[in-house]
Design a protein around this ligand. Structure first.
Ligand code: ADP
Ligand code: MG
Length: 311
C-alpha cells in the first residue's frame, strides 16, 4: 500500500469537516474522491499534502507516519491545488523554470523536464506566451505541470476541471491517463461523476465529512442495489409472457407500457441485462428491440443521501 489513511478527523472550531475517514491508494492506481461541494475533499487532501495536521488519525506513506514527519512524503507527492498559483506576467515556460529551480533543478535537466512536462499537459506552442494571455484551462494545465516537475510518485488533484473549457478539460483527463501509463498514482478529487467514472478504478464517495461508500464502480452499483431500467419491444402481444419475465432473477418490476412494449426494473450491474435478455429470447417472445438505461454513480449518491451531487 502506498498511502493509507486511518481514523482521520479534522475540525474547524466546533465543526467537523473530516469525520473519521479511512482511505488507501496502491502504487499506480487512479483513485477518485467524489463528493458535492462542502463534503470535505479539499480538507482531506490538504492533510495528505501536509499543508496542515489532522486533529487525530493517521496518514501513512509506505508505512511511515507523515503527520509526525512530513518529509517522508514531501519529495514524492505532487499537489495541484484548486486555486491557480502562477506568476501572470511570466510565460508558462518561465513559471515552470522558476518552480523547477525551487525543486533544485537547473541547466539541461530542468530544460528537458519542462519539455517532458509540457508534452504531458499538452501546452505545446503557447509555452512562451505570458500566463496573463492564457485561458483558465491553460493556466490550470500549467498549474498541473508545476505539480509534476519533481517527478512525484503520487499526484493529488483538487477539482482540476472546475470552470474551464471542454478542450482543456479533455487535455486534463488525458494528462491523468498519461500519468497512469508512467506508473504514477493519482488521487483525483471531483464533484463531476462522469470524470470520476471515466478515470478511476476505485472511488471513495464523500459527504458531510464521511466516506459513505467506496469500491470499484461495479461494486458500488452492486452494493447499493441500484435499480437500472430497460425497455423492450415485441412483435407479439406481451400479455402472455409478463409473468415469465417477472420470474427472471434480477428483475424486480415489470410494467406493461402498451400491447407490445414493457419496461423492466432490475438490480445488479450492467451484466444482469445480458442474463435478462437471454432469458427473454429463450421464451420465443418475438423481441424486436431493447433500450438500456445503465445506472451511474450519480444514482448511487442519490440512493445513499437522498440528494444529487450538484444540489
Ligand atoms: N478554513 C475553514 N474554516 C472553517 N470552515 C471551513 C474551512 N475550510 C473549509 N471549511 C468547511 O469545511 C467543510 C468542508 O470543506 P472542504 O474540505 O473545502 O470541502 P470540499 O472540498 O469537498 O468542497 C465545508 O463545510 C467548509 O465550509
Ligand atoms: Mg474543495
Amino acid at each position: 500500500m502506498m498511502l493509507e489513511i486511518k481514523g482521520l478527523i479534522k475540525k474547524y472550531g466546533e465543526f467537523t469537516a473530516v469525520d473519521d475517514i479511512a482511505l488507501h491508494i496502491d502504487e499506480g492506481e487512479i483513485v477518485g474522491l467524489l463528493g458535492p461541494n462542502g463534503a470535505g475533499k479539499s480538507t482531506t487532501i490538504s492533510m495528505i499534502a501536509t499543508l496542515f495536521k489532522p486533529d487525530s488519525g493517521e496518514i501513512l506513506f509506505e508505512g511511515k507516519d507523515i503527520v509526525k514527519n512530513p518529509k517522508v512524503i514531501q519529495p514524492f507527492i505532487g499537489y495541484v491545488p484548486q486555486e491557480i498559483a502562477l506568476y501572470e506576467t511570466l510565460s508558462g515556460y518561465e513559471n515552470l523554470k522558476y518552480f523547477g529551480a525551487l525543486y533544485g533543478l537547473n541547466g539541461k535537466a530542468l530544460k528537458d523536464q519542462i519539455m517532458r512536462i509540457s508534452e504531458i499537459i499538452g501546452i505545446g506552442d503557447r509555452l512562451k506566451d505570458r500566463v496573463s494571455t492564457y485561458s483558465g484551462g491553460m493556466k490550470r494545465r500549467i498549474n498541473i505541470g508545476v505539480g509534476l516537475l519533481h517527478n512525484p510518485r503520487l499526484v493529488i488533484m483538487d477539482e482540476p476541471t472546475v470552470g474551464i473549457d471542454p478542450q482543456s478539460r479533455n487535455h486534463i483527463l488525458d494528462t491523468v491517463k498519461k500519468l497512469k501509463t508512467e506508473g504514477i498514482s493519482v488521487l483525483y478529487t471531483s464533484h463531476y461523476m462522469e470524470e470520476v467514472e471515466a478515470l478511476c478504478e476505485r472511488i471513495y464517495i464523500m459527504d458531510h465529512g464521511k466516506i459513505i461508500a467506496n469500491g470499484t464502480q461495479d461494486a458500488l452499483l452492486e452494493q447499493s442495489k441500484i435499480q437500472s431500467g430497460m425497455k423492450l419491444k415485441f412483435e407479439k402481444p406481451v400479455a402472455q409472457i409478463v409473468d415469465q419475465i417477472k420470474a427472471i432473477s434480477w428483475v424486480t418490476k415489470v410494467k406493461v407500457l402498451d400491447e407490445y412494449e414493457i419496461a423492466i426494473q432490475s438490480t445488479g450491474n450492467g451484466n444482469s441485462h445480458k442474463d435478462i435478455l437471454k432469458a427473454i429470447m429463450a421464451m420465443d417472445s418475438g423481441l424486436v428491440s431493447f433500450d438500456i438505461q445503465k445506472p451511474d454513480l450519480e444514482q448511487v449518491f442519490l440512493h445513499m443521501t437522498g440528494r444529487g451531487l450538484r444540489d
